[in-house]
Design a protein around this ligand. Sequence first.
Ligand code: NAD
Length: 498
Amino acid sequence: MITYGHFIGGKRVAGTSGRTAEVFQPMDGSVRGTVALASKAELAAAVANAKAAQPAWAATNPQRRARVLMKFLELAAKANDELADILAREHGKTVADAKGDIQRGIEVIEYCIGAPQMMKGEYTEGAGPGIDIYSMRQPLGVVAGITPFNFPAMIPLWKAGPAIAAGNAFILKPSERDPGVPMRLAELFLEAGLPAGIFNVVNGDKESVDAILDHPDIKAIGFVGSTPIAEYIYGRGCSNGKRVQCFGGAKNHMVIMPDADMDQAVDALIGAGYGSAGERCMAISVAVPVGQKTADELVRRLIPRVESLKIGPSTDSSADFGPVVTKAALERIKGYVDLGVQEGAKLKVDGRGFSMQGYENGFYMGGCLFDEVTPDMRIYKEEIFGPVLSVVRAKDYEEGLRLCNDHEYGNGVAIFTRDGDAARDFAAKVEVGMVGVNVPIPVPLAYYTFGGWKRSSFGDLNQHGPDAFRFYTKTKTVTSRWPSGIKDGASFVIPTMG
Ligand code: NAD
């Protein structure tokens, strides 16, 4: 049994609150260990530690800070198998998929090595007589990230990389479901030369999150998770005067035009709908075939593919996907499938009865496919976050586009077509933050930014890319006048350079 405490001030420390949660191994349903749930006082101790360490880190020149990240990359590459193993065991995704999770986080750290460039300000010489203006970017101080269970390597690194590269001290409150990888990342950062107190992991639940939201020394919070919690964190964090960005849930549509390459579209739906058991904020959960003929052909081709999905334990390298994260998640997803049947959707493939031989206590579920789902159904409106794909038939392109735009979520979307006009029109008009054209999971690369629209995100600025440096820094603008000998008397009008 593993006992996770916290990582504060450069070392693993035991929890003192007396409260813990179980950490499961979804592939066999066993309890892998426990994780401490921090109290307000433990969070405050971590913040005090971070606050003391931050000025020296901010004063370290950005090139030296970047070198620590370079060393981290080297160590993370050596620890890749170990990290992927922990990740797969605690989350349930396959080892191959866990490696992708780690890789997408690593790519953001690679981008952050450009911190000296990102931290540069601007300069205008001779903005007026003897007057120069320049701006500088400065870190905020102590900042925090609160992250979900479904990408326990990638999302903590998306948050921590830019924050620490910019000279902040960082408090990570990862998901209590899979804290193992974040704890290992903390050790790797330390080994890479990051000073103690700059990257801290405070494990916990709502109590520690509330302590973060209310702590006056935490200047910014980046959150990723479900929409109700995103909205709560945004409201409470902002009313406490913090800079807050929150990324929430999703219901990503894929529009399949009559001229689409159907082989490609079916492959894309199978991978993007069922990969990681559908537990991705960029998973495709709604297929929108345009026209009766397209819909009939799509469903006909999807059925055997969904029926033959290979589900297996996370350590099985031939599995398409593994178990879901907890028993509660499994029950919630099955409940949605029951609901869909009651609502009148046509359940073409039913994965509810799936049991994994030899792993009967694992949290497994087979792929499910619904046809004839309509926009009034709860299985359409709400995020299921499991291996369940809904087909919503659209009579024409306009109706397909309208479905995407009318949905309350706007994280990712895709269109499959060979028609450049349709693709271009769709990209311009769809009210969704990340758009794929013949690409089912359009997660932007690290040097672009990641973020949804509508109720998939709250606050300004996106994650990673240039926005992340803007989020974790503040700008100061200096107007200076030299030489000092100029004497032009007191002026009572607003200064202009006119
Ligand atoms: P979650 O909202 O349950 O938890 C996210 C974080 O909030 C965790 O650290 C958790 O401990 C904390 N938390 C949970 N309940 C809380 C409460 N009542 N008060 C304060 N804090 C609380 O999300 P999850 O189940 O871990 O992750 C899945 C969700 O995350 C899905 O909705 C998915 O779409 C979303 N997600 C979004 C993105 C994105 O970038 N938009 C990326 C990944 C996941």
